[in-house]
Write a protein of this length. Structure first.
Length: 649
């Protein structure tokens, strides 16, 4: 018998059918898969996709497979026709044939046993080691030689995350090589691609290389470029090798004497190991400059660090060196180190040799930072440098050092809420910072700022008090175009303030927070004779009112309900007038610039839209009854009673 899944065992030279079998069978024999089944417990797959895996091997199959000098072809189909005299098997309807690691699927497959030749038609998919070829035309395949031709075929390969599609008359050679005659290839997945490369001959070695010759680039069916040959390395993973240079059509065929040529990214890539790599490239711009580039990168996830070092040196009438470095390291779960360095020897040359407007107007930035979390505080120590380009070229901002500390909130007199008194569970928090900022200008005044701040707060239930102190010293070195030495000028300001507030909970989320604050300052500069002058203490009272307003709207599309939340906030403050001498108000930088009474009202409005997705939930009968307020048992009793009443009637 022949079933929808069977095996043919053939000797390499030929296959002969026994005379007794010829006598029992007519010249041709047909069996349908839905009437003949090897194992009734095994259902026939409905589709070819579900039938990719052939049934498990039985003892007879295993014995035949292990015999020397035999080749095994497995096949299946909805209708299987066996021609004994012609030594041919024909599969129709979701047909499949498997030989070794290759699987052929099509609408119909004909296999000549003696010739070991396969012909397949329509809806063809040929799957081998590492490649898949599809076609809607015809396949002629020599099993013994593992080669054949697939008409109007399509195959694909992946190169650095990009899927490339190859079309044409495909001739597989073995399990890894494919030849294409009069074909094309493109990364556009559309049936009619936006662009493609058309070639007379294409050779694809799976996970190795693609070579095509001659090649014409088409964009929207219009030929725009021609190359004698094209080669692309498609090996997976990182590996050392030469980098393909980048150049344009004008670099090959010059349209005028004033057009400059350029070739960039020509060099070599080194895959040192799985954690490190490097590369060296050359950029050439005719009549202008040549740039040498080098890069080294490293990344180790197990050691929690990564970074790179990039160098660029320009040769020409003007020379400049750029060094960039980056390092990120999580030394411990509570300690992080970061390094970002960027240095240019001549910013003017760097700007002239940059073609990207974003590079010509950027700030060359560098920073170094170390962060550590102690049980009592989080400390962040950093330094940074900024060089301006463009119209602000020649200005450099340097911050060294920048120290910030945020102390962990401390709960005083901790006690359970049900036994807490008025002074239990008080929360104490605070922080401090210190930094020195300098601004250097080629044609302008240099400045040096020293800034320090400290703050703390104590919260007792709804009542809170806080204090702040700040120090700001500014030293200015005037610019003199003649080069003469000029004395520095400076000023110092010390601020300190204290405030108290109390939160009153009104209705829902509405709160009212009255506030009282005192602000005072000390000031000294060259105009005060180096003496500190106290600025008038200013009293400030105010209140903050905040609330939330909700609105609900019907849903649409996949949303069942829409909620709109509006959170208005009103802040009012009043400061009475103070008496300050006009001579003090005229001093630049004096803390008080206005002595009149001050009334301020600030309004802030935040909006939030939230949507709830629809849920299609299938409920059990008892759950539906519970949601609808019904008793399922009572409903059942009532239904039985109604039935009995109907029978009695």
């Amino acid at each position: 018998m022949v079933s929808d899944t069977d095996s043919i065992v053939a000797r390499p030279d030929s296959l002969r059918v026994a005379d007794s079998l010829r006598a029992l069978m007519p010249d041709s024999f047909a069996a349908r898969a839905d009437t003949i089944d090897r194992d009734s417990a095994q259902a026939r797959p409905d589709t070819v996709e579900q039938a990719t895996e052939f049934p498990s091997e039985d003892d007879v199959y295993s014995s035949l497979r292990d015999m020397p000098g035999f080749r095994i072809v497995e096949y299946r189909g909805r209708e299987v026709t066996l021609d004994v005299d012609g030594e041919r098997v024909r599969l129709d309807g979701e047909a499949q044939a498997k030989y070794g690691e290759s699987t052929l699927q099509a609408d119909s497959i004909s296999y000549w046993i003696g010739l070991q030749f396969i012909n397949a038609r329509n809806a063809i998919t040929l799957t081998g080691e590492g490649q898949t070829v599809t076609s809607d035309a015809e396949v002629n395949y020599d099993v013994s030689q593992t080669k054949g031709t697939i008409m109007d075929a399509r195959t694909a390969f992946n190169e650095r995350g990009t899927e490339w599609f190859v079309r044409g008359d495909v001739t597989p050679r073995g399990t890894a090589t494919v030849f294409v005659r009069e074909g094309d290839f493109s990364s556009c997945e559309l049936e009619v691609p936006h662009y493609y490369f058309k070639a007379g001959n294409i050779k694809v070695v799976t996970e190795n290389v693609l070579v095509a010759w001659p090649v014409t680039l088409y964009i929207n069916e219009v030929p725009v470029a021609w190359l004698p040959f094209f080669a692309q390395d498609i090996r997976p993973g990182r590996r050392s090798g030469f980098l393909p240079p980048r150049f344009g059509v004008n670099d090959i065929v010059s349209t005028s004497d004033g057009v400059g040529r350029s070739v960039t990214d020509a060099g070599y890539y080194f895959a040192i190991n799985e954690f490190m790599d490097s590369q060296f490239t050359i950029d050439w711009f005719s009549g202008d400059f040549t740039r040498l580039n080098g890069g080294f990168r490293y990344k180790n996830l197990k050691k929690f660090f990564e970074g790179n070092l990039l160098l660029s040196y320009s040769l020409g009438d003007s020379r400049t060196l750029q060094v960039r470095a980056n390092h990120q390291h999580e030394i411990t779960p509570v300690t992080q180190l970061r390094v970002n360095g960027n240095f240019v020897t001549d910013t003017r040359v760097y700007e002239e040799q940059s073609f990207d407007p974003r590079l010509q107007t950027q700030r060359i930035s560098s920073d170094l930072g170390l962060q550590h979390r102690f049980p009592f505080a989080s400390i962040n120590v950093s330094a940074s440098s900024r060089q301006d380009l463009g119209t602000m070229q020649g200005n450099t901002d340097l911050t060294l050092p920048n120290i910030q500390a945020t102390f962990t909130p401390i709960t005083l007199f901790r006690a359970p809420r049900n036994r807490a008194g008025a002074f239990n569970n008080m929360t104490l928090s605070g922080g401090t910072s210190f930094q020195r900022q300098s601004r250097l200008q080629d044609e302008g005044d240099d400045q040096l700022n020293t800034i320090a701040n400290a703050n703390s707060s104590l919260r007792i239930g709804s009542f809170g008090i806080s204090g702040r102190a700040g120090f700001d010293e500014r030293v200015v070195t005037p610019y003199d175009s003649t080069g003469a030495e000029v004395d520095d000028t400076g000023q110092t300001r010390v601020d300190y303030s204290g405030s108290a507030d109390y939160q009153i909970d009104l209705v829902g989320s509405t709160t009212l927070r009255p506030t009282v604050a005192l602000n005072a300052s000390q000031f000294q500069s060259d105009l005060t004779g180096g003496r500190y002058i106290a600025a008038p203490t200013r009293l400030q009272v105010g209140a903050t009112l905040s609330t939330d307003v909700y609105g609900f709207f019907p849903g649409f599309g996949p949303f069942e309900r829409i909620r709109h939340k509006v959170s208005p906030r009103f802040v009012y403050s009043y400061s009475p007038a103070t008496e300050v001498a006009d001579s003090l108000l005229s001093i630049p930088g004096f803390p008080v610039s206005e002595s009149a009474a001050q009334n301020r009202l600030g309004i802030a409005l935040n909006q939030t839209f939230e949507a709830k997705l629809r849920e299609d939930i299938q409920l059990e009968p008892d759950e539906e009854a519970l949601l609808e307020g019904r008793d399922l048992v009572q409903d059942s009793i009532q239904a039985v009673a109604d039935s009995l009443a109907a029978v009695a009637a």
